[in-house]
Design a protein around this ligand. Structure first.
Ligand code: CA
Ligand code: CA
Ligand code: CA
Length: 160
């Protein structure tokens, strides 16, 4: 996929080079491409007051709402089928992260409320580039090449 994207970038640069006659702009030679993750759709939905900023209080309310939405049998944990259905509805499917094993840190096949909150809080902090405690739209946009690989994030070892 990276190779294919690189190929597209080369194609875009080549096209810009050919378009010398229309006087468009030389900026076209540096196409801007961005990455978003499926969790952005969820975080944007947390903005209850519609002021385009997701505050810490809105995060807390969102965690409550999403866990309740996912935990259909109300046993306080998310079984694999519950996570799958929630992911399909809220994240638009399971093609993009976050994945079930991102949440289920002790790999016991259930996601506790603590595991659910920990993963989403970590992602919230990860997006909060200016460390203001709130997320604005621009913080969700990462240019290609700037996305941090998952290995950069600390991962606790599974419990014995
Ligand atoms: Ca808000
Ligand atoms: Ca459950
Ligand atoms: Ca677990």
């Amino acid at each position: 996929m990276d190779l294919r994207l690189a190929g597209l970038a080369v194609a875009a640069v080549a096209l810009a080079g050919c378009a010398s006659g229309n006087g468009a702009s030389s900026r076209a030679s540096e196409p801007i491409r961005a990455l978003m993750s499926a969790d952005v759709m969820m975080f944007v939905s947390f903005d209850a007051d519609g002021d385009l900023s997701i505050t810490a209080a809105e995060l807390e309310a969102g965690l409550d709402r999403e866990f309740a939405r996912a935990d259909v049998n109300s046993d306080g944990a998310l079984q694999p089928i519950e996570f799958q259905n929630w992911s399909n509805a809220v994240l638009g499917g399971s093609q993009l992260g976050p994945y079930r094993l991102d949440f289920d840190r002790n790999v016991d096949n259930v996601i506790t409320r603590e595991e659910f909150d920990a993963e989403i809080r970590a992602r919230f902090s990860d997006y909060d580039e200016d460390e203001s405690g709130a997320l604005t739209r621009s913080e969700f946009i990462r240019l290609v090449g700037q996305a941090r690989p998952p290995s950069d994030r600390p991962r606790p070892q599974p419990l014995p």
